[in-house]
Design a protein around this ligand. Structure first.
Ligand code: ZN
Length: 618
């Protein structure tokens, strides 16, 4: 049978209600932060005066341990109040972004932030003039000051690559133009981009924006239409490819200039120093992933077969294998979510119910509401969650993802002093992806409709391909391009195109039929220009979560209990150490190939299940 035509009726558009018509139990209650705007105003004024008091401490740090402790504690007090003052205005604004009065208050907080930054700029240079050994002696004698040990020692560690005043002044002067390659890319790829018009088999002319292009690849079942969209879209980049190459060369040269100025061995060393990550983590990630591409290829060969295609191109990789549009009403999911985390134990389930039923979540869309989804860590209150829940399977997984973030916040805030309550990006996406993996297991065990099974498996597999394999390929690309510059080799559209095209072939092998326009795909990726060496963190988080998932759900009871304990300790640890030791204590070592192989094994198992589910449908 032809999977594609096994389609049910089109889903009804979700009902858009005015906010007042949505029952209170589906809205967050921001009065947990402040009773009203008058209370907010009072807190705002208090924050202003605390910021003034902090500025007045300038010049005192060298006088002794109590002076340093006073400054650290005042900084904490300011930070805690800042969370409440900022989020009350900012979350209120996201309820309805058309509200100018609330927007005004939100901007008022942003102005205060700028003042706070100025008022505290003296702290780091002043502290760093006190020898570390002196500060360490103070911390050894004073337990209250000892709480800040990791934060203070890390400040000194960061200092290793700071230059003298003259050097820092030169670097700060250069910062004015170091953003210009990224800004030029943004102008060329958005403001100055002339979107083409194309006509598909389905009818009228379409203006091919990036959103339209993605939509065609994900919904248009006519391969010739997808090919036409792919050709037309890539022409936009082919037409300016030398300009894109020149801009990207600017990014690479800037990164190498900064790395050399600060005496790093490479651009990668410079990028990883902040989180104290060894470069072997990225190198291991890339080599172990390249050795584990077989399940990726197997998935695409399976898709080619299931879709009945003679040739299979990159533009065929997003179309769903089956049409399926079951609705997942929010109130039904409320029962599923706590059950899905049963492997993490009853305490975790109880706390998750607190998040679900505490009026902490803003569930449905309403006119003016901010789009997307997030979890907001309001220290001293509790995490809040914004959703735009529309009863689709994607919405359920988004809820499960954000729940992982909220639980992380809840546990970290409950167990850490304020100074370590926030966690880094490097760890943040571990609980969110793990939460999704547990939810998938739960759903797969209950799915009775074979098409639902296929949709669930494809959702999980596409998640691994998108957040793991694609991001590692991107990291690989960035590393190779930076290394060309580091070894004094020229950067041209051809060399960049070769790197990208060779990578595609190294990852996808014989599972794809290749098209020349894919040589310019690199030119479109915004992260390459705006945040170099960033995307690998999605992949390391994913690998960590895959290995934790394996440990939590396999082996004898005692081993699983120990794994649960280690995982909950990770969540409770917040930002109290660098990401590598935090993850190592949880049982994840990102410098070892086994960690990456956990993702490869996870994908392999899912593709095997998908293969069976597809065969079952015939
Ligand atoms: Zn996330």
């Amino acid at each position: 049978m032809d999977f594609a035509s096994a389609s049910a009726d089109a889903p009804a558009a979700p009902l858009l209600r005015d906010r007042v018509d949505i029952p209170a139990r589906f809205k967050w209650n921001l009065h947990h932060i402040f009773a009203d705007w008058a209370e907010w105003e009072a807190a705002y004024r208090e924050l202003e005066s605390l910021i003034g008091a902090y500025a007045a401490l300038q010049g005192t740090l060298g006088k002794g341990a109590d002076h340093l402790l006073t400054a650290m504690r005042l900084s904490d007090e300011i930070g805690q109040l800042t969370y409440k003052v900022w989020y009350f205005a900012s979350l209120m604004y996201d309820e309805d972004q058309r509200d100018n009065a609330v927007n005004g208050r939100r901007q008022q907080v942003q102005i205060l932030f700028a003042k706070a930054n100025q008022a505290s700029a003296w702290f780091n240079p002043e502290l760093l003039r006190v020898p570390l050994s002196q500060v360490q002696a103070w911390m050894a004698d004073d337990a209250d000051l000892g709480v800040y040990r990791f934060a203070i020692e890390d400040l000194y560690r960061q200092q290793e690559h700071v230059l003298d005043d003259k050097g820092e002044r030169l670097l700060s002067l250069s910062s004015r133009f170091s953003s210009s390659p990224g800004d030029s890319y943004a102008a060329l790829s958005t403001a100055d981009l002339k979107h083409p018009t194309i006509r598909l088999s389905t009818g009228p002319d379409i203006t091919l924006t990036y959103g339209q292009y993605r939509a065609i690849l994900a919904t248009n079942r006519n391969q010739a239409d997808r090919a036409a969209a792919f050709e037309a879209y890539h022409k936009l980049y082919t037409a300016n490819v030398n300009t894109y190459a020149s801009l990207y060369n600017g990014v690479l040269q800037r990164d190498w200039f900064h790395a050399q100025s600060r005496d790093y061995a490479s651009t990668l060393d410079a990028a990883l120093h902040g989180n104290n990550i060894p470069t072997s983590v990225v190198e291991n990630l890339i080599s172990a992933t390249k050795a584990g591409v077989e399940p990726l290829r197997r998935y695409h060969r399976l898709r080619k077969r299931a879709l009945g295609l003679d040739q299979y191109h990159t533009y065929d990789s997003a179309i769903p294998l089956v049409e399926y549009d079951r609705k997942y009403p929010y109130e039904q999911v409320l029962d599923w979510l706590p059950s899905s985390v049963a492997p993490l134990g009853p305490d975790y389930q109880r706390q998750l119910r607190d998040v679900l039923f505490g009026d902490w979540i803003d569930v449905y869309e309403n006119p003016g509401k901010r789009s997307g989804a997030y979890s907001a860590p309001v220290y001293g209150v509790h995490p809040y969650m914004l959703l735009n829940y529309n009863d689709t399977l994607d919405a359920v997984f988004t809820l499960s993802h954000e729940m992982g973030h909220s639980m992380h916040t809840l546990l970290s805030n409950a167990h850490q002093p304020f100074v370590y309550s926030a966690y880094t990006i490097f760890v943040a996406e571990v609980p969110s992806t793990l939460s999704e993996a547990l939810f998938l297991e739960f759903m797969l065990e209950r799915a009775t409709d074979p098409r639902e099974r296929i949709v669930l498996l494809q959702h999980a597999i596409d998640g691994i391909v998108g957040t793991f394999y694609t991001q590692v390929l991107f990291a690989d690309y960035e590393l190779q391009a930076h290394r060309l510059v580091e070894t004094g080799q020229p950067i041209t559209a051809d060399t960049l195109g070769d790197i990208y095209f060779n990578l595609l072939q190294a990852y996808y092998g014989d599972a794809l039929d290749y098209d020349q326009p894919s040589r310019v795909t690199w030119a479109r990726i915004p992260h390459f220009y705006s945040t170099p060496y960033y995307v690998y963190q999605y992949a390391t988080c994913f690998a960590s979560s895959a290995q934790l998932m394996h440990q939590l759900t396999n082996g004898p009871d005692a081993d699983r209990a120990a794994a649960i304990d280690r995982y909950l300790t990770l969540l409770k640890s917040g930002g109290s150490d660098h990401p590598m030791p935090l993850l190592q204590r949880a049982g994840v070592d990102l410098s070892k190939p086994e960690t990456v192989r956990a993702v490869v094994d996870q994908l392999d198992a899912l593709v095997t299940k998908l293969d069976a589910a597809v065969a079952n449908l015939r």
